[in-house]
Design a protein around this ligand. Structure first.
Ligand code: NAI
Ligand code: SF4
Length: 444
């Protein structure tokens, strides 16, 4: 049985309550950290663990903590990014609603490490019931002396605030999130300065994902080295994967990083295989923002090695033959999926969610959506395929925040790997635009 760092107790009845969480060993890591360790020692354990940001970027968490500026007399903040909105990604939602004290325990340890006395959990606004679950858990932790003034008699104070999000995908981008938290429109800021130097209210701030922070209780109890011993290479520890699409067992799974894609997709412990009677066509491994992979590149890397569920193996070969682990949104497509329709659908999303600050993204996402719409609906021309590639190149790398890249990569990769399917839509407009019509030819 694979190791479970985050989900070991997730099915225990009553685990959402303080008492049951405590019976299962909860809050012992807080006691250990704030009673027996210095903040620097906690940061050191995070560094040793090698844990990487689980929101999607995979930036080493301990290194990010190390960047936090510490000017005299200026408050520091920890903000948990719980605005999970990436299409195909629903793992943080699962964790917060089932075992809310795990995140709260992680927030206390992380806030202590960073010297923050006021921390925030910015939760996707649509998840009001999760916000209530978290608030209830915070009240319980406070009543037991784990939050508030003079925690466990150590002199350390921490106020933890749950903030409902603004209802826009872009508010999950860390600087847009900070703007929104300050009560402003959620427009991303130019970086640098990074939040670690100028974040919330222009003060040094760390923004970490729910899953990243939830690893901290285990890291403190077992040590950063023990965490680093799990996983493969620089992909240490475990990862929550949101599995969806044409598979037998959609759901949230905790995997040890380094499990093969084949095992994750086909074993009964995880996805249980492509749905009965159908075969694999394509995969998006890390949420809608990452390149799509065709069937022949999914199980093996370009040099014939087993492809693993890790940051390195999934991106092997760059965008020519790889994808990204991203936020762990594993979306499986069988042969009944139309790649053009799916690409148009993703484009509609990014166009709708663009904040409009920079013209390559504001205009480019709109153009891509329009061109894809006309190809899907039988009005495209061959020139449109190159036009889409051209627009995606003009967006990529030319915008303030990663939403531009996230909109460009799925389009560019779909054309790279499924050009035949785009061409079929253009040469067979009547047939291709029928509801449910799907290209059945050889994939490029
Ligand atoms: P990023 O790579 O720009 O930054 C990663 C983190 O490291 C940030 O917190 C940044 O402030 C910090 N950082 C990087 N260099 C630094 C430096 N020199 N000094 C101080 N701090 C530094 O990526 P970002 O914008 O945080 O995330 C983009 C990813 O988010 C995408 O790859 C996508 O997969 C994912 N995403 C996830 C969503 C979800 O719902 N989970 C939604 C949308 C995107
Ligand atoms: Fe806004 Fe798009 Fe520019 Fe990001 S890339 S700041 S979402 S316009």
């Amino acid at each position: 049985m694979a190791i479970k760092i985050l989900t070991e107790h997730i099915n225990t009845p009553g685990i959402e309550t303080f008492d049951v969480y405590r019976q299962k060993g909860g809050y012992t890591a807080v006691e250990k950290a704030i009673k027996t360790m210095t903040p620097e020692e906690v940061v050191e354990e995070a560094k040793k663990s090698g844990v990487r940001g689980r929101g999607g970027a995979g930036f080493p968490m301990g290194m990010k903590w190390g960047f936090l500026a510490k000017p005299e007399g200026v408050p520091r903040y920890l903000v948990c990014n719980a605005d999970e909105s990436e299409p195909g990604t629903f793992k943080d939602h699962h964790l917060m609603k089932t075992i809310p004290h795990l995140l709260i325990e992680g927030m206390i340890i992380s806030s202590f490490a960073l010297g923050a006395n006021k921390s925030f959990i910015y939760v996707r606004g649509e998840l009001m019931y999760v916000i209530r679950i978290l608030e209830q858990a915070i009240e319980e932790a406070k009543a037991k002396g784990f939050l508030g003034k003079n925690i466990l008699g150590t002199g350390y104070d921490l106020e933890l605030i749950v903030q409902p999000g603004g209802g826009a995908y872009i508010c999950g981008e860390e600087t847009a999130l900070l703007e929104s938290l300050e009560g402003k429109r959620g427009n991303p800021r130019n970086k640098p300065p990074f939040p670690a130097v100028k974040g919330l209210y222009q003060s040094p701030t760390v923004v970490n994902n729910v899953e990243s922070i939830s690893n901290m209780p285990w890291i403190i109890n077992n040590g950063g080295d023990a965490y680093a011993a799990i996983g493969v290479g620089r992909s240490t520890g475990t990862k929550l994967i949101s599995a969806s699409g044409h598979i037998n067992k959609p759901g949230v799974y905790e995997i040890e990083l380094g499990v093969s894609v084949e095992e994750f997709l086909n074993s009964d412990e995880y996805c249980g295989g492509v749905r009965k009677g159908h075969h694999l066509k394509a995969l998006v491994a890390g949420g809608s923002s990452v390149p799509i992979l065709p069937a022949h590149l999914i199980m093996k890397t370009a040099n014939g090695e087993d492809r693993l569920m890790s940051y390195e193996s999934l991106s092997d070969g760059g965008f020519a033959t790889g994808t990204m682990l991203g936020s762990g949104g594993f979306i499986v497509f069988d042969e009944t999926a139309c790649i053009v329709r799916n690409t148009w659908n993703f484009s509609r999303f990014y166009h709708h969610e663009s904040c409009g600050q920079c013209s390559p993204c504001r205009e480019g996402t709109g153009w891509m959506e329009k061109v894809l719409h006309r190809i899907e609906h039988g009005h495209g021309s061959m020139h449109d395929i190159d036009l889409l590639v051209d627009i995606s190149k003009k967006i990529e790398g030319n915008t303030i925040c990663p939403l531009g890249d996230a909109a460009a990569w799925p389009v560019a990769s779909a054309i790279r790997h499924f050009r035949d399917e785009f061409m079929w839509h253009i040469t067979n407009p009547h047939e291709a635009s029928q509801p449910g019509a799907v290209y059945q030819g050889e994939m490029a």
